[in-house]
Ligand binder design. Structure first.
Ligand SMILES: O=C(O)CCC(=O)C(=O)O
Length: 288
């Protein structure tokens, strides 16, 4: 059981520049400010320590397992100093010659509690609009991630992972009350789909969903301009907190008893017709 069932969560929608040390210092200051405002859980964006540009990504990569990661060291220091849990967005990770898009979850003791490598790499080709292929640069992770923290059991996905409802269903079946998706949606798919997908994952699985994006840079030299709009969604689909596209930290309140209440009021788990359709992995998890 989590030590706290009701708590404040902060989504730090950080601006990101090419200056890695500046990005780390800014993130630290924002996490500190969020903790001072009472947040027990702080979430950072996808790729917050460097620009979201595939050409330069390898030059920013860090060796997390080898303990040579200034970004993750900062997260450990500030989590321990403030006694908070941090879902540390993601940073480029180099391991065994492969590049991963990796999120570390750090506990109030400063230890890494989980490491999630983005499972679904973003690939899109809409001629005249957007063409992007993360798999040219990144290797996909192999493990879904559910982690027990002081603020409850959390499932982790990174950006494009949100598009795959099966992953969120698996996390629910493994007991998650909250799924955090550090993200960097883009202008093309963000406007139509960003809100919709967050609400869908929350409502289908009757849990909280938190997303955190970098702030939009309207003058970005990159063709990948981020959508922003970090949000906290409740299990019935209500928006509890939301940023615009600018540099901001938004703070929302999570009450885990709401998850149990919504599931009792509307018992989708028992109403489902597993006799007519089933997802083998989800089903296996539920019956074990
Ligand atoms: O799925 C999408 O539409 C956007 C995903 C994305 O931008 C990403 O995974 O970085």
């Amino acid at each position: 059981m989590p030590q706290v069932a009701q708590y404040k969560i902060a989504l730090c929608q950080l601006p990101v520049t090419a200056d890695k040390h500046g990005n780390i210092a800014r993130a630290r200051a924002r996490i500190d400010a969020a903790a001072a405002a009472g947040a027990k859980l702080v979430v950072l964006p996808e790729i917050w320590n460097c620009p979201y540009a595939m050409e330069t990504m390898p030059s920013y990569a860090e060796d997390i397992d080898g303990g040579r990661s200034p970004s993750v060291s900062m997260l450990s220091e500030v989590a321990a100093a403030r006694k908070i849990t941090i879902v540390g967005g993601s940073v480029p990770e180099m391991a065994s010659g492969q590049l991963f898009n990796t999120c570390c979850v750090v506990g109030p003791d400063g230890e890494i509690k989980a490491k999630h490598r983005k499972l679904h790499l973003f690939g899109i080709d809409i001629p005249g609009d957007i063409t992007f292929r993360e798999s040219d640069t990144f290797t996909a992770g192999q493990e879904p991630t559910v982690v027990d923290t002081d603020v409850g059991r959390i499932g982790i996905g990174i950006c494009h992972d949100i598009r795959f409802p099966e992953l969120a269903m698996l996390y629910r079946s493994r007991g998650a009350h909250l799924i955090c998706y550090p993200s960097a949606f883009n202008m093309s798919t963000g406007q139509l789909l960003w809100d919709l997908m967050q609400k869908s994952r929350a409502v289908d699985n009757q849990l909280f969903v938190a997303t955190c994006s970098p702030a939009r840079d309207p003058n970005s030299p990159s063709e990948f301009v981020v959508w922003g709009n970090s949000s906290l969604i409740a299990p019935f689909g209500e928006v509890l907190a939301a940023a615009g596209h600018e540099d901001a930290t938004v703070i929302g309140e999570i009450d885990l008893s709401l998850v149990e209440a919504v599931r009792a009021n509307l018992p989708l788990e028992t109403q489902g017709r597993g006799d007519l359709y089933r997802l083998i992995d989800v089903q296996r998890e539920r019956s074990s």
